[in-house]
Design a protein around this ligand. Structure first.
Ligand code: AMP
Ligand code: MG
Length: 326
């Protein structure tokens, strides 16, 4: 079975094609980069509308499949930015009608879990999902994916991006802070905001800017921001593992590209006798493959929808979605 997946929840438009056994046949992505400031939803959606035709052609060419070999069209229904989601859903409906294939709605967060689970073989792992807009610790329980802990304000990636832009840099901030942090040596004191299973980043943002104004070394600041924020994420992941009597962790989301975060989570998991796995970077960030793969799992369970009922759900919660394949 071959499924095509459409991702467009935020700044990345992506088309992926997969076959049974998580065989990755084709992937084409294009990310909208704001000229200044953060992501503007309508501009990002316009970008997606423009690039999708070419992405579809490229993904099909790489996969060497013809439209009639594709059995279903999966698309990210939510959560995400309304205009961006609608751009992707419209493309999915057009393909569904043109090729006469069923539409399969997919939850974006569940897709991050499923692709990491499939590639790692860690069947019952905890997911640390750290992206621009989302920061959640997710585990399976009683037929659904449950959010055990999450950010109480902004996503970790948005925090890094906002901070970097306030310091005079350009989006995306995460990778820029990562390279600067490699030269940092001194750990500056910053607020550590863990509340039970949850985290918060606003106070860290304010304190980091205050340190910068007070003349802190930028490399030390970047290093300290990374150590503090990633320790917070590692701590709530460890607490979730302990409560749920699990050992293994998988990572997802753009911030999971970060080497320091990967190392910290790996050390924590290994200390507990478990393992940690992060997908290759092109599958950590938002991508059409994870949507296609989760769509394939859902399609096998008959979870299709119609064009009329395929409305997007910008606030769709992870735990609202049924996962009968587990
Ligand atoms: P996503 O929302 O999953 O598409 O990921 C985008 C976010 O990941 C942005 O906030 C980036 O700043 C962040 N990001 C990407 N690469 C890295 C990295 N190496 N370290 C930290 N954050 C990163
Ligand atoms: Mg994502």
């Amino acid at each position: 079975m071959v499924v095509l997946g459409i991702e467009s929840t935020a700044h990345t438009a992506s088309v992926g094609i997969v076959a049974e056994g998580t065989e990755i046949l084709g992937l084409a992505s294009d990310t909208y980069l704001p000229t200044a400031g953060g992501i503007h939803p309508r501009e990002a959606a316009n970008h997606h509308v423009e690039v999708f035709p070419d992405l579809i052609r490229r993904a099909l060419a790489e996969a060497k499949v013809r439209p009639r070999e594709i059995e279903a069209i999966a698309f990210a229904q939510g959560p995400g930015l309304g205009p961006c989601l609608r751009a992707g859903a419209t493309v999915a409906r057009v393909l569904s009608l043109a090729w006469d294939r069923p539409l399969v709605p997919v939850n974006h967060c569940v897709a991050h879990v499923e692709i990491a689970r499939a590639l790692s073989g860690l069947d019952d792992a905890m997911l640390l999902y750290a992206s621009g807009g989302n920061t959640q610790v997710i585990a399976h329980g009683s037929g659904r994916y449950r959010v055990l802990g999450e950010t109480l304000d902004i996503g970790i990636g948005n925090f890094l991006d906002k901070l970097w832009i306030a310091l005079g840099g350009k989006f995306p901030g995460g990778p820029a802070i990562e390279s600067l942090a490699r030269e940092g040596t001194e750990l500056l004191s910053l607020p550590y905001l863990v509340h039970g299973m949850d985290v918060a980043f606003s106070g860290l943002y304010t304190a980091a800017l205050a340190l910068d104004r007070a003349g802190a070394d930028r490399a030390d600041l970047a290093y300290s921001v990374e150590c503090t924020a990633y320790s917070m994420l590692t701590e709530i992941t460890e607490r979730a593992l302990a409560h749920r009597h699990r050992r293994d962790v998988v990572l997802g989301g753009g911030v999971a590209c970060n080497e320091r975060l990967r190392r910290m989570v790996q050390e924590m998991a290994e200390d507990r006798g478990g393992r940690s796995f992060a997908p290759p970077k092109r599958l950590c960030v938002d991508n059409g493959i994870m949507i296609a793969w989760t769509g394939l799992l859902a399609f096998r369970e008959g979870m299709t929808t119609t064009v009329e009922r395929s409305g997007v759900e910008p606030r769709q919660r992870t735990d609202l979605v049924r996962v009968p394949w587990r």
